[in-house]
Ligand binder design. Structure first.
Ligand code: NG6
Ligand code: CA
Length: 517
């Protein structure tokens, strides 16, 4: 079957939405093409980082176009306050805390998603879609013994993506190379790549021992191999010709995303476009340097905003905007100092990356997981603000419903009507995860069970939600989580504990402090 598959009007719930279209958009032969689907996924972008979410010190006009021309969710969540677990949930529809390995992964970690697991791209392939991923992966590769000089498998291509152009882990972790369909790009067989997270390769400089070779200084962690003057996490040797250019990374991924769209415009296609900004190291292209007057963190947000605009232009130029559903969101909340001296703290001024929310990346408080979350579909979705409780773990079942698939996954709810702006409630409950700990959001309430570790991660200066006592907040009255109602509202607390235990089991006590490594 060609990937230009068609959908008969009236056979699935999706007809509801096509029926709203204006007469000239109606298809005479009563068939309509399935919509293309794009997920634009930011890395560490906070709830307050967009002007459409209230930022006054930064202007993000292109992201704002999605927010103001589509649905801007105020209660949209990542599943986790860190990257790997959020991405795992987004792609599989399974809560990350069900998988003990769903933690921030090193660049050498094996593929976290089982090749037999249902995923968003696999589900969509079943509906005739071509599927691609461009950008940050961070879900592991291979079976734990990757030889970077050979074809790498399993990779995204074995869990549902027809095409992949990725970095393995994060911009601050080795290997600092691009990988296309399981092959390192520009690999020189005479300069093989070796990677280790345990020990350095003899004679190779490190950030720790050779600060004179670094142009970016490390604050905590990030003192292993030096690439492009930036000390990284992990050790790498060889692969000179394959190493990426940090300042060109955003342009590079944009170009790959644009060419994916152009070469798949017959559709339907699914593109998971995972940006690397504003995660560390923040390396704006020189044309964005200094633009925000907030240091590199602000500059890369402006850079990412520009990329979103260029990408949207491509969809428009190719005549695809009316037939493409675009989701924009972030994998976890914001952090300022995440391991490098890069002026993020010093130049923040009056900007509040988390908006009115408490905490940040790594946190069980709201700023860890409540993120910018927009759904845009020109001509199909009415511009609006929605307070519905929605989560990225729900994409699998919701997009299945949109495209006529019956596939589903353990924790993924079909929220299609919330994502189309028709239902304003969404989920009734949601388990949130942060560095191995969990909390329950239910209606407007959040309950955080007792955790014994330190209240703050000192290195990043973020309160992560630990307290020896239960915490209970009413988020519709107290979005900043200032007023713990656990003692004054024992009935609600009891109800929340019962609901939490019913989903999560009795698994709370976590004695250790969270250590970032
Ligand atoms: C932490 C890193 C941090 C960042 C994070 C992953 C240290 C001290 N800190 O361990 O810099 O890389 O992992 O971020 O190494 S995430 O957005 O991919 O989850
Ligand atoms: Ca992240």
């Amino acid at each position: 079957m060609s990937f230009k598959s068609k959908l008969l009007l009236g056979l699935t719930g999706v007809s509801l939405f096509f029926n709203c279209s204006s007469p000239k958009e109606e298809v005479a032969d009563s068939e309509v093409k399935k919509p293309n689907i794009v997920i634009i996924y930011m890395d560490d972008l906070g709830y307050g980082d967009l002007s459409s979410y209230g930022a006054t010190e930064l202007s993000t006009p292109n992201m704002d176009k999605l927010a103001n021309g589509g649905i801007r969710f105020t209660n949209g969540y990542a599943s986790s306050a860190t990257c790997t677990p959020s991405r795992y949930a987004l792609l599989t529809g399974v809560y990350p805390w069900r998988n003990a390995d769903a933690k921030i992964l090193p660049g050498t970690a094996p593929l976290l998603i089982s090749t037999s697991q249902m995923t968003v791209p696999k589900m969509l392939k079943g509906q005739g879609y071509e599927t691609g991923v461009v950008g940050k992966w961070h879900l592991g590769l291979g079976n734990g013994d990757v030889d970077w000089n050979q074809h790498i498998s399993p990779s995204p291509n074995e869990v549902g993506f027809d095409y992949s152009y990725i970095m393995a882990a994060t911009q601050d972790r080795v290997p600092t190379v691009y990988i296309e369909n399981g092959n390192v790009v520009n690999l020189d067989p005479n300069d093989p790549i070796e990677v280790s997270y345990d020990k350095n390769f003899e004679g190779e400089p490190t950030g720790k021992d050779n600060p004179e070779l670094t142009t970016t200084k490390w604050h905590h962690g990030h003192n292993n191999s030096i690439v492009n003057g930036i000390p990284r996490i992990g050790f790498m040797k060889g692969g000179e010709a394959a190493k990426w250019s940090d300042v060109d990374m955003a342009d590079h991924f944009l170009e790959k995303a644009q060419s994916y769209v152009k070469s798949h415009k017959e559709g339907p296609f699914f593109l998971y476009y995972a940006f690397q900004q504003p995660h560390v190291p923040r390396t704006p292209h020189p044309r964005f340097e200094g633009k925000s007057e907030m240091g590199p963190r602000g500059d890369v947000i402006l850079e990412a905003d520009w990329m979103v605009g260029e990408f949207m232009k491509t969809l428009e130029d190719e005549g695809l905007l009316e037939n493409t559903l675009i989701i924009f969101t972030s994998d976890n909340g914001p952090v300022l100092n995440d391991g490098y001296y890069d002026d993020a703290v010093e130049k923040i001024g009056n900007h509040t990356p988390a908006g009115a929310l408490r905490g940040g990346k790594y946190s069980l408080f709201e700023a860890g997981t409540r993120v910018p979350f927009m759904v845009y579909w020109k001509g199909k979705i009415q511009p609006q603000v929605s307070d519905a409780l929605v989560c990225q773990v729900d994409f699998l079942s919701s997009l299945a419903s949109l495209t006529g698939s019956t596939d589903t996954a353990q924790d993924s709810e079909n929220l299609l009507s919330a994502f189309m702006g028709e239902d304003k409630v969404g989920r009734s409950d949601l388990i949130l995860e942060a560095t191995g700990r969990t909390a329950l959001r239910k209606d407007e309430w959040i309950m955080i069970p007792p955790y014994n570790g330190a209240a703050k991660i000192a290195s990043v200066n973020i309160e992560i939600g630990n307290d020896k006592n239960y915490q209970l907040y009413n988020l519709s009255k107290d979005i900043g989580q200032a007023d713990n109602l656990a003692e004054s509202n024992p009935e609600k607390l009891e109800e929340m504990i019962a609901a939490y235990t019913a989903i999560r089991g009795d698994v709370n006590s976590k004695e250790e402090d969270v250590v970032l490594k």
